[in-house]
Design a binder for this molecule. Structure first.
Ligand code: SAH
Ligand code: SF4
Length: 390
């Protein structure tokens, strides 16, 4: 088999951004401790101080050293001289008719990513991004037509959760018991980018989100979606332990090669082997198979039967995603009848097969639409500049 044309130049991008005071957001607990020691905190005190600062930042949402009232004034002043506490800046927020909120967020270097909050009955899911753009080129995905700009840092990833909590007003009152977040109760890594090509930063950010003295999201409320980076799947189980979703989308290698080109490197069989091992290693429940419904491409009854055979023996749920069209997309959404017929076959075989209801379509917040909105924003800014004669 010919080598797949997949570049992974993201690995050569340094994790640390240009110099400046160190941002404490995104450091692991150990990293925070080391950063304090490097700036003169005695080693004996560092663990305790790191724990106190951690709690201020992640449990109470405090961004200002002066507000950390259990630290001495002199220590707070020293911290303010050496460090910053920064999360990405929200450039704009749109709220859909259905309550979905989409934030356009600016990160260092002036790049932008989108973060989507989806309120549901009794819970709320935040869809976060792991990269600006994507190195992969899935043919139905708008993000895939945008070149990778860079990996997000761990701070920029966990920062997306923090800015949503800011907007939802969901930091608990200081001193109050830290109950499980209600408005923002679940995280899906399903925004822009391939999370497993930014493994360390995604892992560190999720560890922060799961920490019991902080944002406190259970690992069962975090779902990481991958296009199928097989070597990192076992690592995800071991080092993160969250739930896994896989962008499956086809039932033959021929079709999957054309939709999800990473399949040329790790084909369906190799991917399924890795998925079979996942629940055992991560002690998680089911794997979510995401399946985008493309008219006449992957939506036949034969496909549904083949899919059932392929996933046999894997604790699974199949999430059917009606294709979200974007300008110039080479596919059409399958008809409602097709999608229902497909869902029925999967369901009859004993798997849950929900059809994902597109959310926030009026604000272009649905899966695979994220790039278009950013470009629109860019375009309108360009227009504004042009009008201003810049
Ligand atoms: N890169 C990761 C996660 C981001 S994509 C991955 O590929 O899994 C999140 C989900 O949206 C994936 O299942 C992806 O295949 C799907 N998706 C992308 N473009 C879409 C579109 N235009 N319509 C519907 N789903 C889409
Ligand atoms: Fe990248 Fe996922 Fe889009 Fe594929 S579907 S191009 S992996 S963001």
């Amino acid at each position: 088999m010919a080598a797949a044309p997949i570049t992974q130049d993201v690995m050569t991008i340094p994790r640390k951004l240009p110099e400046g005071p160190t941002n404490l957001i995104g450091l692991t607990r150990d990293g925070l401790r080391s950063a304090l020691i490097a700036k003169g905190t005695p080693e004996k005190q560092a663990k305790m101080r790191a724990g106190q600062i951690w709690q201020w930042m992640y449990q109470w949402g405090v961004r200002d050293f002066d507000g950390m009232t259990n630290l001495s004034k002199a220590f707070r002043a020293q911290l303010a001289a050496d460090f910053v506490i920064e999360i990405p800046e929200v450039v704009s927020k749109q709220v859909s008719k259905d309550g979905t909120r989409k934030y356009l967020v600016r990160i260092a270097g002036g790049h932008e990513v989108e973060v989507v909050y989806i309120p549901e009955e009794g819970r709320g899911t935040l869809c976060i991004s792991s990269q600006v753009g994507c190195t992969l080129t899935c043919s139905f995905c708008h993000t895939g037509t945008q070149k990778l700009v860079r990996n997000l840092t761990a701070g920029e990833i966990v920062g997306q959760i923090m800015l949503a909590r800011d907007d939802l007003g969901e930091w608990p009152e200081q001193g109050a018991p830290n109950v499980e977040a209600r408005l923002l109760s679940n995280i899906v890594l399903m925004g822009m980018g391939e999370p497993l090509y930014n493994f360390e930063n995604v892992r560190d950010a999720m560890k922060i989100a799961m920490d019991p003295e902080g944002i406190q999201l259970s690992r069962r409320r975090i779902t990481l979606s991958t296009s199928g980076v097989v070597p990192e799947i076992a690592r995800t189980a071991e080092e993160i332990g969250c739930l896994l979703a896989v962008s499956f989308h086809a039932t033959t290698d021929e079709v999957r090669d054309s939709l999800v080109p990473i399949n040329k490197r790790w084909n369906i069989e190799t991917l399924l082997d890795a998925l079979r091992a996942y629940p055992r290693v991560s002690n998680s429940e089911r794997i979510t198979f995401e399946y985008v419904m493309l008219d006449g491409v992957n939506d036949s009854k034969e496909d549904a039967h083949r899919l059932v055979k392929l996933i046999e023996g894997i604790p699974a749920k199949v999430n059917l995603i009606p294709f979200n069209e974007w300008p110039g997309a080479p596919y059409k959404r399958s008809s409602g009848n097709r999608i229902h017929a497909f869902a029925d076959i999967i369901h009859a075989a004993g798997y849950s097969s929900p059809i994902r209801r597109p959310r926030g379509e009026d604000i272009l917040a649905a899966c695979g639409q994220l790039k278009s909105a950013t470009e629109r924003a860019r375009k309108s800014r360009k227009q504004i500049d042009a009008e201003a004669g810049l």
